[in-house]
Design a protein around this ligand. Structure first.
Ligand SMILES: Nc1nc2c(ncn2[C@@H]2O[C@H](COP(=O)(O)OP(=O)(O)OP(=O)(O)O)[C@@H](O)[C@H]2O)c(=O)[nH]1
Length: 354
């Protein structure tokens, strides 16, 4: 069918550069209109605030991880979109950094309605060149994402040298011999490398994962999955699948709940306290902080400040003026392992402006 709407699934571990790529796609002058579906991890939604302002329609799904509890939501959102065909040319789905892309992709094959009107164009996986070696040791889902991708972007090339890049490319190639690999800095690739690829190959996936079209293999009953998804973070790597992606051995007890998210909220911050705090925290606890992001309201500052980081690398910038109808508050999310919630919350609150 020629009028199926192409769907691009953006995957990649926490902080690898998915939103950066999404923003690039939305900002570029390509004359296309996208519907964007964003799924994020963490109780308070921040990602939506980090996406460039555009007239694109953005659907947020924050109530869990798209590969488990909110998959039904994904079907409903896509079905809703299909009823309004003609208003957009393509769909982009940004998954959480912890998502297993297989069940997300599967959504586009399981539902008759969806299948008739939308077609998975490609699964694009972002790789954080700086932290990939570490991820292969501690986060098997990062490997799964690469294994499942049609296109792999080795991003953050500015943070590593050429020898390291060559090594990463070789590793990616070993994990996934079929993917097209590109390098990028700040997700700077020409968009024809990631969009309209016609790359998702069901035959190849079925070769690797004969169970791909069996819904039950991926469909985790909510009672098993939601505690991990909603509040504690989870690790899909231990769904029992190896490189052959045999999801049939799914076992709820294998969820790794060591990745947790901490959501913080406060009023206006004192910048003379906030920056030393975040610098010290990331220097000391950086190895355990997989991801941090926040919208900060500084006292006597007319603009929203966005801060974000991956392990010890933190960056921040003014985003735009606060609007009159917005509450000037600070929201932050930390995602990581072994995080001392009491300490982080207490020291965060100590930065509130007098
Ligand atoms: N140095 C460097 N930083 C980058 C590059 N690409 C993205 N970043 C930064 O890395 C951080 C994470 O980027 P995002 O695009 O938000 O990553 P993400 O994958 O959407 O993150 P999650 O949604 O939390 O999983 C941000 O601070 C980006 O500015 C790059 O090529 N080089």
């Amino acid at each position: 069918m020629t009028d199926q709407i192409p769907v691009t699934v953006l995957t990649g571990y926490l902080g690898s550069g998915k939103t950066t790529l999404l923003n690039r796609i939305l900002s570029e002058d390509h004359g296309k209109k996208f519907a964007v579906i964003v799924n994020e991890f963490g109780e308070i939604g921040i990602d939506n605030d980090l996406i460039v302002e555009s007239d694109e329609e953005i659907y947020e799904m924050n109530n869990g991880c798209v590969c488990c509890t909110v998959r039904g939501d994904l079907v409903r959102v896509v079905q809703g979109l299909m009823k309004r065909k003609g208003r957009f040319d393509a769909i982009l789905v940004e998954t959480t950094g912890l998502a297993d892309p297989a069940p997300v992709a599967q959504t586009f094959f399981m539902d008759e309605d969806v299948r008739a009107k939308a077609k998975l164009d490609a699964v694009v996986a972002m790789v954080d060149a700086k932290h990939f070696a570490q991820r292969l040791k501690d986060a098997p889902e990062a490997e799964d994402q690469v294994a499942f991708a049609d296109v792999v972007l080795i991003n953050k090339t500015d943070l590593v040298d050429e020898a390291e890049l060559v090594k990463i490319e070789a590793t990616v190639r070993t994990i996934n011999p079929h993917a097209v690999i590109h390098r990028s800095e700040r997700a700077g690739v020409s968009l024809d490398k990631v969009l309209d690829r016609g790359a998702f190959d069901l035959e190849r996936i079925l070769e690797n994962d004969p169970h791909f079209l069996h819904a039950d293999d991926h469909d985790h009953p909510e009672h098993e999955c939601s505690p991990a998804c909603d509040h504690h973070g989870h690790d899909h790597s231990h769904h029992g699948h190896d490189h052959a992606h045999d999801h049939s051995k799914l076992d709820a007890n294998t969820h790794d709940t060591t990745v947790k998210s901490i959501s913080l909220r406060a009023g206006e911050m004192d910048h003379t306290k906030f920056f030393p705090w975040i610098n010290k925290l990331t220097q000391i606890d950086g190895p355990d902080i997989l991801r941090l992001k926040g919208i900060v309201a500084f006292k006597e500052d007319e603009e929203r400040f966005v801060i974000q980081g991956v392990h010890m690398i933190v960056e921040g910038d003014h985003q735009r003026p606060w609007r009159d109808d917005e509450k000037r508050e600070t929201r932050m999310v930390f995602i990581g392992r072994n995080l001392d919630e009491e300490k982080i919350e207490r020291t965060f609150n100590a930065c509130v402006a007098a």
